[in-house]
Design a protein around this ligand. Structure first.
Ligand SMILES: [Zn+2]
Ligand SMILES: [Zn+2]
Length: 433
């Protein structure tokens, strides 16, 4: 008896804690999401054709600002260098919701044969390159513009304020420059009025169309680069005993580093990755060089684990070098935290995603080892970041191009669900707050 009444209370409590918008408003939003679809596809094609590199999204930002203004939305531009901040104050009091889209392209030369493929070129890191929306940020901008247009139309139904963050440089600002989510916050994107919650999405070329993937807690990794400079003593290749060979020392370090994750990290807690991506030394076969330089990256889902991993990298590199009479200097590069979806917020909002995609099309998935600077917003407020399916399931999965490659492609039929999901998150959150 006690058990069943407790269960009864639980059912009532959980269903009451998630009061969604009225069916009339929901029907209106769903209809408008359908109506805006063709326009979203057109915007996406425009952005796809004209990609710009991180912190260089000048025309992209102008186009977004112009469109937001045409919807009657208050605009701050340029914001955080080339970004745009749009603000809609609703007709009723309520929370402040941030919706974020990233806007930068990548130094990749497009070769997928799309009629609206990019012909843009630029210089990146001193090299001439093609520029391409090879991560799908063109889709994110177009989807958020669709959401903004619909929200602007339904101002009287909005409880609270919605801020649209069109953020530059998600892929990382050029060396020596500020940018990305950090700069958006530094310039006050979350102030006046203060933001309560943040939502964001990433389209995925390997997630089937019509589906959404999410995970409460650690969802995406913290990527952190590092450099190890090994200094030995130069010698003739014929007489290694006259010097200290940095190539042999660097090789030992590479192998030593591989035991950090496999032998010294508590992998049942959360996964971790350590990769060495470059290793350069020497100029001629019979000269032992003075120096070897390697760079690598770590992926962790917990900042404490990351700290331990980085300490072990330093210890392993310096002690192996010392044992050989060499020195190793370890430099940690810029990083951002893991993308951690607030568990309570995620639980509360998953029904909104289900309502958009259908009960059976929203999946709880394993963490992924890519990173996303949306995580920086989640350090200030509870946030939910999710993946939007972008590949045609009738196509072969094995041949699907992955992000950051010249063949990258997504199916535009994905956008409508993106618009619906963001609208549901926004309205359901403000109507249950
Ligand atoms: Zn990317
Ligand atoms: Zn991306």
């Amino acid at each position: 008896m006690k058990r069943s009444s407790a269960l009864f209370f639980f059912v009532i409590f959980t269903s009451m804690s998630f009061a969604q918008v009225s069916s009339k408003l929901q029907a209106k939003l769903d209809q408008q999401a359908g109506e805006v679809e063709a326009q979203v596809i057109e915007w996406r094609r425009y952005f796809h054709k004209h990609p710009e590199l991180s912190n260089r999204e000048v025309k992209t930002g102008e186009k977004i600002a112009e469109l937001l203004r045409s919807f009657g939305i208050e605009v701050k531009h340029p914001f955080a260098k080339t970004g745009v901040l749009g603000i809609i104050k609703g007709g009723q009091p309520g929370p402040v919701i941030a919706l974020r889209a990233d806007i930068d392209g990548l130094p990749v030369t497009e070769r997928n044969g799309l009629p609206f493929a990019s012909q843009e070129r630029a210089t990146f890191g001193g090299q001439e390159t093609g520029v391409m929306h090879a991560c799908g940020h063109d889709s994110h901008m177009a989807i958020l513009l669709g959401v903004a247009q619909i929200l602007a139309k339904n101002k009287s139904d909005i409880k609270g304020t919605v801020k649209f963050l069109f953020q530059p440089a998600e892929e990382g600002p050029p060396a020596g420059e500020e940018g990305g989510a950090r700069l958006m916050l530094k310039e006050g994107a979350f102030e006046n009025p203060k933001v309560d919650v943040a939502f964001g999405l990433h389209i995925q070329s390997l997630v089937p169309l019509g589906t959404i993937n999410y995970r409460p807690g650690a969802f995406m990794a913290s990527p952190a680069g590092f450099t190890i400079k090994v200094k030995g003593k130069q010698a003739h290749g014929a007489t290694p005993w006259d010097g200290v060979d940095p190539i042999v020392v660097a090789s030992q370090i590479v192998l030593g580093l591989q035991t950090i994750v496999s032998r010294q990290t508590e992998l049942t807690k959360l996964p971790a990755v350590l990769t060495i991506g470059t290793l350069h030394a020497g100029i001629r076969n019979n000269i032992i060089p003075e120096e070897a330089i390697m760079t690598g990256t770590t992926r962790t889902f917990d900042l404490e684990m990351q700290k331990i991993l980085h300490e072990k990298i330093k210890l392993t590199a310096t002690q192996i070098a010392e044992s050989a009479g060499a020195t190793a200097e370890v430099t940690l590069g810029a990083s951002y935290p893991p993308t951690i979806n607030d568990p309570a917020l995620t639980e509360k909002m998953v029904p909104s995603l289900r309502k958009a995609a259908g009960e059976k099309n929203v999946f709880l998935v394993n963490p992924v080892t890519m990173g996303e600077d949306f995580s920086i917003y989640q350090q200030s407020v509870p946030g939910l970041f999710f993946f939007l399916g972008g590949y045609n399931p009738e196509a072969k999965f094995e041949t699907q191009p992955v992000h950051h490659t010249p063949d990258f492609m997504i199916d535009e039929r994905a956008f409508k669900l993106g618009v619906k999901a963001m609208l549901n998150l926004t309205f359901d959150y403000m109507y249950t707050k």
